[in-house]
Design a protein around this ligand. Sequence first.
Ligand code: SAH
Length: 368
Amino acid sequence: MTSLPLVFDAPKRGLPPKHFADMDEAGAVAAVADLGLPKFRANQLAKHYYARLTGDVAEMTDLPAGKREDVARSLFPTLMTPVRNIACDDGSTQKTLWRLHDGTLLESVLMRYTDRNTLCISSQAGCGMACPFCATGQGGLDRNLSTAEIVDQVRAAARSLRDGALGEPGRLSNVVFMGMGEPLANYKRVVDAVRKITSPSPAGFGISARSVTVSTVGLAPAIRRLADEGLSVTLAVSLHTPDDELRDTLVPVNNRWSVAEVLDAARYYADQTGRRVSIEYALIRDVNDHPWRADLLGQKLRRTLGSLAHVNLIPLNPTPGSKWDASPKPAQDEFVRRVREQGISCTVRDTRGQEIAAACGQLAAEEG
Ligand code: SAH
């Protein structure tokens, strides 16, 4: 099993130059004033970026021609360039590999369903949480992403959906922070990005907060802080087992915040926001799929969250070189049955992107 150290404080190096999507409205007004432009230009830029989904100043033809170069240089530095797009699941899943300004690699995955279009985004390059079953966790933390690097993944995906890159033109409806990284270890930038994702146009993309999911290993104090932000995003907690002994190895941060502390924080989140909390559980054959663990999970959730919990079982996506495998179907069915027996809602997540290493926990961006 891994003995990687946990990393909470990302190195300061590597963040990109400041971008329009890092700024709030007042900051954008100040920035355009610095360029000698009137205030209304800030709103015009917001419309281009958040409503028309362009970050390319050459397309902003209503800006004075003589100023476009300045605007591009100081407000729209290139944040990321696509390295490759890979599709699978008959074209309904698409993974994009991006190269950031400092050469760091990053992935996001767009999934098209009949009733929604979901983008899975990264909040950090790499991850410092060292979960042994997760590919990203094996590579360690490279750096935090800036607010704009998070927001721009959303803009790019919303734009390709609008332009019909995945079949019929569509609208981005859901965003999940389930790509690379631990969102709550990059707290301020993630919260800032969530505000830009959910604010009504043109201050943001206008995606409903309840359609945005922030997934965490369980940084209990940060969960409580998020509960007090006044955002109604869905919280997902990656629990993976109800007992501390196993969780100490499956999710090493459990050594810092135990199952009980994480579930208490989740309850606080549910109370503050009125939202159901999603409990993520990757089922691993003979590791955490035992009937007694299903019973214990159901009991602990009944006592803490009750009807405010929803268990989301994820069949493990084995990562290269791992000895672990997904649970057999009968074990999975029995697990679901036992959790439900405790009165807790429980479903199995469909797995997308397996053939292209875009499934949960496989985003490692090892390719160049
Ligand atoms: N750091 C955050 C978000 C990124 S991971 C978190 O841990 O919640 C998103 C989800 O994918 C988490 O629930 C994570 O535990 C799960 N996951 C990681 N590796 C996986 C794998 N190999 N198979 C199935 N799920 C996995």
